[in-house]
Design a protein around this ligand. Structure first.
Ligand SMILES: Nc1ncnc2c1ncn2[C@@H]1O[C@H](COP(=O)(O)OP(=O)(O)OP(=O)(O)O)[C@@H](O)[C@H]1O
Ligand SMILES: [Zn+2]
Length: 493
C-alpha cells in the first residue's frame, strides 16, 4: 500500500476522456477523503452477456485497476438490471425481462437468477475484479419511488401509461449526446400523450388487463420503474452526488445517460438548477465490439458468448487480451482470426514468462520491480488507459536482457496487477482447452501428431497425409514448423 501511495504522487497525472466535455481531462478525485467513486451501468439479465457486453466490463476493470494502481481507495458499484429495461432504450416496447420469462416459460426471478450467475461466472473467467457492490434494481424499488416523488412536482407529468419526465424542465437536456441526429430521434417511439419526444418514463403503469410478473404499488398506480431511474437512484444511494466517474457502453451516451443526468439535475437542484451539474464528474464510454454485421447485440441475435468461446477451446483470457489490444474508445472487431491471433499472442507471453521462471533463482519473494519499466507502464495507462501501449511495454520488459531474469519477474508481478492477465500463474497447458465438440481427446491428438511426425521423418507421406486428414476431420489444424513449437491448434470456423 505504501508503495502504491508513493506511485500516485510520483506517477504521471491520470488523463481520462470525459464524454461530457468531449475532451481529455486530468483526473482528480472530487473528495479525496471519500476515495474515488465509480458507477458502471450493469447487465440486463434477460439473456447471456455477449462478448460486446463483456468488453464494457473489461474496460471498467481496467479503469478500476488503474485507479487502484494510482493509490486511490475505490468504491465501485455495478448494477444488475432485472426490471425496467424495455426492448427500445427510449421507452417503448416490452420489458426485456418480462418478454424473456414468457419466452422461456420461467418466472422472471428464475431468469434473473440464472443470467446474473452466468454473468458473474463470465466476470470471474475474465479475471475482472468484482466491484465493491453489485446492486440489484429490484432491491431498490422503495428508494426509486421516493426519488420519483421528490422530482415529480417540478419535473414530471402523469399520463395513462405512467409518470413521465419533462425533458424541457432541466437546462441543457441531452448535452452528453451532443446534437441528436435524425437517426437518434427516429429511435424514440411515440407514446400517446407524451409532451415531447425526448420525455421518458419514470414509472410505467401496468396497462389494464396486462399480466406482469413484476409490479409494485406506487402513488402513480401499480407498475414498474423506468430503467433510467434505477441508475440515478442506486448511484446516488451508494456513491452520493456528485461522484467521480460514471461508465457505460457508447450506446448509453445517446439516451440512457442523458436521461440519468436530467433526473440527477432535478433531484439535486430542487428548483435552483446548478449550471453544469450532472451527478458525476466524468462520464466515460467504451466503444463497441463489432462483427461483420455491425455492433454485436443481443437484440439482433446471432451473438457470441464467452461460454461459446470456451466451448470452442479458446481460453477466456485470450478474449481479455483481445480487448486490451484495442484502446477502449476505438471500435474493436471480433472474428475467428482476431481471437486466434490474440490467443497466439497470449501463448507467446506465457512461454516467455515460463522461460524466465525456468531460469530464475527466486527466494521467498519476487525482487522489487524495475522503476524505469514501471514508469513506462504508468505513462501508458495514465494516457487515457492506453492498454495497447501497455502491452508493448510489457513485451519489451520481458525481453529486456539488461534486466536480470528475477527482476523481470518482479516487475511482471506489478504489471499483472494492472493488466490482469495472470501471467505468473498461467501455464502452457492451461491454454490448451478441450473443445466441447471434440471427437478426439487431447491425448489422442498428441499421439496422432507424434505418429505423423515419425511418418514424415520416415518419408511415409501417405501415412502422414492420412493422419493429417484424420486430425483435420476432428477439427484440429496441424502446424508444421510453428516457431513456438505449438504443433497443433483447434480450428475455429
Ligand atoms: N457491442 C457492444 N460492444 C461494447 N459494449 C456493448 C455492446 N453492446 C452493449 N454494450 C454495453 O454492454 C453493457 C451491458 O448492456 P446490457 O446488458 O444492458 O445490454 P443490452 O442493451 O441488453 O444488449 P444489446 O445492446 O446487445 O441488445 C452496457 O454498458 C452496454 O452499453
Ligand atoms: Zn445505467
Amino acid at each position: 500500500m505504501a508503495q502504491a501511495k508513493a506511485r500516485a504522487m510520483t506517477g504521471a497525472p491520470l488523463t481520462l476522456y470525459n464524454s461530457l466535455t468531449r475532451s481529455l481531462e486530468t483526473f482528480e478525485p472530487l473528495d479525496p477523503k471519500k476515495g474515488v467513486r465509480v458507477y458502471s451501468c450493469g447487465p440486463t439479465v434477460y439473456n447471456y452477456a455477449h462478448l460486446g457486453n463483456l468488453r464494457a466490463y473489461v474496460f471498467t476493470d481496467t479503469l478500476s485497476r488503474v485507479l487502484t494502481w494510482k493509490g486511490y481507495a475505490l468504491t465501485h458499484v455495478i448494477n444488475i438490471t432485472d426490471v425496467g429495461h424495455l426492448t427500445s432504450d427510449a421507452d417503448a416496447g416490452d420489458d426485456k425481462m418480462e418478454a424473456a420469462a414468457r419466452k422461456q416459460q420461467q418466472s422472471i426471478w428464475e431468469v434473473a437468477a440464472h443470467y446474473t450467475q452466468a454473468f458473474k461466472d463470465n466476470v470471474a473467467a475474465l479475471n475482472i475484479r468484482a466491484p465493491t457492490r453489485w446492486s440489484v434494481a429490484t432491491d431498490h424499488i422503495g428508494e426509486m419511488i421516493d426519488f420519483a416523488k421528490r422530482i415529480a412536482p417540478d419535473h414530471c407529468y402523469e399520463i395513462d401509461s405512467g409518470l413521465y419526465f419533462d425533458a424541457t424542465t432541466v437546462p441543457d437536456y441531452g448535452r452528453l449526446a451532443g446534437a441528436r441526429d435524425d437517426a437518434g430521434e427516429g429511435r424514440i417511439d411515440p407514446v400517446a400523450g407524451k409532451r415531447h419526444a425526448q420525455d421518458f418514463a419514470i414509472w410505467r403503469k401496468s396497462a389494464p388487463g396486462e399480466q406482469r410478473q413484476m409490479e409494485w404499488d406506487s402513488p402513480w398506480g401499480k407498475g414498474a420503474p423506468g430503467w433510467h431511474l434505477e441508475c440515478s437512484v442506486m448511484s446516488e444511494k451508494y456513491l452520493g452526488f456528485p461522484f467521480d466517474i460514471h461508465t457505460g457502453g457508447i450506446d448509453h451516451r445517446e439516451i440512457h445517460h442523458p436521461n440519468e443526468i436530467a433526473q440527477n439535475q432535478a433531484f439535486c437542484a430542487c428548483g435552483t438548477m446548478q449550471p453544469g451539474f450532472t451527478g458525476a464528474h466524468f462520464w466515460m464510454h467504451n466503444n463497441f465490439l463489432v462483427d461483420r454485421t455491425g455492433k454485436m447485440s443481443k437484440s439482433k441475435g446471432g451473438f457470441s458468448t464467452l461460454f461459446a468461446l470456451v466451448e470452442a477451446g479458446i481460453h477466456p483470457l485470450a478474449y481479455r487480451l483481445l480487448c486490451l489490444q484495442a484502446h477502449y474508445r476505438s471500435e474493436l472487431e471480433f472474428g475467428a482470426d482476431h481471437i486466434l491471433a490474440a490467443l497466439t499472442r497470449l501463448k507467446r507471453l506465457v512461454m516467455a514468462v515460463q522461460t524466465l521462471r525456468d531460469r530464475a533463482e527466486l527466494g521467498d519473494a519476487f525482487p522489487a520491480p524495475n522503476e524505469a519499466a514501471i514508469a513506462e507502464l504508468d505513462a501508458a495507462i495514465s494516457d487515457d488507459l492506453n492498454t495497447p501501449k501497455a502491452l508493448t511495454v510489457l513485451e519489451a520488459m520481458l525481453a529486456n536482457k539488461k534486466l536480470s531474469v528475477e527482476e523481470r519477474l518482479g516487475t511482471l508481478q506489478a504489471f499483472d496487477a494492472l493488466l490482469g492477465l495472470t501471467l505468473l500463474e498461467l501455464r502452457r497447458e492451461d491454454l490448451r482447452l478441450q473443445p466441447l465438440n471434440a471427437t478426439l481427446g487431447e491425448h489422442e491428438v498428441r499421439q496422432r501428431v507424434e505418429r505423423r511426425r515419425d511418418a514424415r521423418a520416415a518419408k511415409d507421406f501417405a501415412a502422414s497425409d492420412r493422419l493429417r486428414d484424420e486430425l483435420t476431420a476432428a477439427g484440429v489444424d496441424v502446424m508444421d514448423g510453428d516457431p513456438m513449437g505449438w504443433d497443433w491448434q483447434i480450428r475455429l470456423d
